[in-house]
Design a protein. Structure first.
Lengths: 212, 212
């Protein structure tokens, strides 16, 4: 008897430069159980960004209508622009048994845990702070001012790590992607995610014990 | 920076016939991170049982001395014989970074969770009650009376499944052993089992943020 597997809402956070984006991309490429949630935003698309892939780009009015209709899993406002995770896509994918990945920062992650207590919160961290700095500099696209700003931000974000369910140390990407996938697979084996199976086997055992 | 990995105390329970013994044997054969705890008992050795492998066979007097010295992780009395898990072996292996496997029933498992809150409790179950019955009959070593007794016992034990951290469905042994190993590996990624790493990276980030 195979039970349909319930999808898990997987929230991935971590310091800028820790490798979240690469991990998410590799999970999507290698395994077929994942769906990536696309955020909605009111900010202008940058060069190369595609509507529906990078973000859903909408007007401020449409975004606010969606807030009023309780249409977001979480949303926030940065620099006068809204960003949010549309609820309809997430819930449809979960119902289809997909593990839905959201890449968001800690405040959003904690809001999601409140709304979906069975969500799985993963924090991606580098093996050391030195290594994080090296990677940020190695990108070659940022000024030292931006690198330092990101390091300061990381120092603040580090206070929230214990609120996550799991940490993923990104030492080598290959091992790290496998580790992340194992953590998500293991989460499917929690009793709370197998209530139907447990109930069925239990009832069957009790019927047999009664000689039915 | 590699932190020394802390060992996890892994408790494996499950219905008779669900395949616990095979899973444990395969984990020990395939991976090098496990140590199997050997129980101590006052019952007589059966033919083929080896002292220090099957059990540590001791006198009632010695067992009771060990109880008095707080030398057991858990112990119980069945049919006038004592059975217990010696604490010294478990703690030595954990300190060495080994994941220590204990194969015990639910009362013992819950006692261990009290004493070691970070212990990982796994419950092995068959894909269905019918399958469990088939396997018990298939052993060919038990009378139908014994098979029925075990099915009744399973019906009672089934009430405790939700108290375990994870369930492992033993459909095919190959997949099941891998699943079990993944669950244990994932448990190493809990923040509580990486306190030293988190603290070190956090302090390093804060020092860098201050420009030290």
């Amino acid at each position: 008897m195979k039970m349909k597997r319930e999808g898990i809402l997987v929230v991935i956070s971590g310091f800028a430069g820790a490798g979240k984006g690469t991990i998410v991309k590799e999970l999507m490429n290698r395994y077929d159980n994942y769906a990536l949630s696309v955020s909605m935003t009111t900010r202008q698309p940058r060069v190369g960004e595609v509507d529906g892939v990078s973000y859903f780009f909408v007007s401020k009015e449409d975004f606010e209508k969606n807030i009023a209709a309780d249409g977001f899993v979480e949303h926030a406002c940065y620099c006068d622009n809204y960003y949010g995770t549309p609820k309809s896509y997430v819930e449809k994918q979960l119902a289809d048994g997909k593990d839905v990945i959201l890449e968001i920062e800690i405040q959003g992650a904690l809001k999601i845990k409140e709304l979906y207590p069975t969500a799985l919160l993963l924090f991606v961290m580098p093996p050391s702070a030195q290594e994080l700095r090296k990677r940020l500099i190695g990108r070659g696209t940022e000024t030292m001012e931006v690198v330092n700003k990101r390091m300061n931000r990381a120092a603040q974000e580090a206070d929230g790590i214990e609120q996550y369910d799991y940490i993923v140390v990104n030492d080598t990407i290959e091992v790290c992607v496998q580790d992340t996938h194992s953590i998500i697979e293991a989460a499917h084996a929690k009793p709370i995610r197998n209530e139907a199976l447990i109930r069925t086997v239990r009832e069957e055992l009790k019927r047999m014990a009664k000689g039915e």
